[in-house]
Write a new protein. Structure first.
Ligand SMILES: [Zn+2]
Length: 294
């Protein structure tokens, strides 16, 4: 499952490749599972729009769109397509966002039109440049939707790479849940997943089961720094990949960050040689060193 650094890497890759391009037409497959907005609304929102920017919000990929073709559901005039570009006064600039969540196995790739269409392709957006944006997802936990309201898409929680130390500490005040569960709570922090929660707790020397509210400000300050550090390192490496997705060019991607505890059960701690332990916490594996983490 792509985590925040992978999504950041993919969003940056897409931004580099398709920003400034325009969606000419959209094909959407018959499977309903990936669609969180109606197919017709997704198609009408994308078609004719220029991709201004692609960025990440939590674990979502956000395409900022701009154009003069209004989404069909809010359209008051018919024949918007024919009228497009005709007059500027009637068609005020429309902005919208296309929101993509990759789920477990979702991929968003930029393809040449001649490239074979992969099995489990659910959406193809033809671009003015001649290339295509394709969304492929065998297991269909991914989600496609559009955001039409002003103000922009907000996945909730605070951005772990942007939150201040004070803001971070405040998130855990009075929380009786284990710190690991609080880190994974998407209403608090958006986009922190299992790997980076384990890795940042190790770097901060905090056991995953410690009650969030019982952790000192000083330790939370350390955790804040550790989380930003570990996410930053993974982004710098292009996101560490443990599953079978590919980058925006369709190439097998991503460096693997050297995990210090995640996935290393029974192996010696890189600091003190104690065997790394694994426990199940809130249904998820947690890895830690019982000597380095208190
Ligand atoms: Zn250790």
């Amino acid at each position: 499952m792509p985590e925040l650094p992978e999504v950041e890497t993919i969003a940056r890759g897409l931004d580099k490749r398709v920003a400034g391009d325009t969606v000419e037409s959209v094909w959407i497959g018959s499977r309903k599972q990936p669609l969180k907005s109606p197919a017709g609304v997704i198609a009408a929102t994308l078609e004719g729009k220029r991709i201004v920017r692609v960025h990440r919000a939590g674990k979502h990929i956000v395409f900022d769109l701009e154009g003069e073709s209004p989404p069909s559901q809010t359209s008051t005039k018919r024949g918007g397509r024919a009228a497009r570009g005709q007059t500027r006064q009637a068609a005020s600039l429309q902005t919208a966002q296309w929101i993509v969540h990759l789920g477990m196995t979702g991929r968003m790739v930029v393809s040449e039109p001649a490239a074979e269409i992969a099995k489990h392709t659910h959406l193809i957006a033809k671009l003015a440049s001649g290339r295509e944006l394709r969304f492929i997802d065998p297991r269909m936990f991914g989600k496609l939707s559009v955001h039409l309201q002003s103000g922009g898409f907000d996945p909730g929680g605070v951005e772990p790479l942007e939150v201040s130390e004070e803001g971070f500490i405040a998130l855990f005040r009075g929380r009786k849940t284990p710190i690991k569960s609080a880190l994974l709570n998407q209403k608090l922090l958006r986009g922190v997943g299992n790997i980076y929660a384990d890795e940042s707790l190790f770097r901060a020397g905090i056991r995953p089961r410690r009650r969030a509210a019982a952790i000192t400000r000083g330790q939370l300050g350390k955790l804040h720094a550790a989380l930003q550090e570990v996410l930053g390192e993974a982004i710098a490496l292009g996101g560490s990949s443990i599953s079978d997705y590919v980058d925006a060019d369709g190439e097998e991607g991503f460096f693997q960050l050297q995990h210090r505890v995640y996935g290393r059960e029974g192996e010696p701690c890189l600091v003190c040689r104690t065997a790394i332990r694994r426990i199940i916490l809130a249904g998820r594996s947690s890895h830690f060193c019982s000597k380095c983490q208190k």
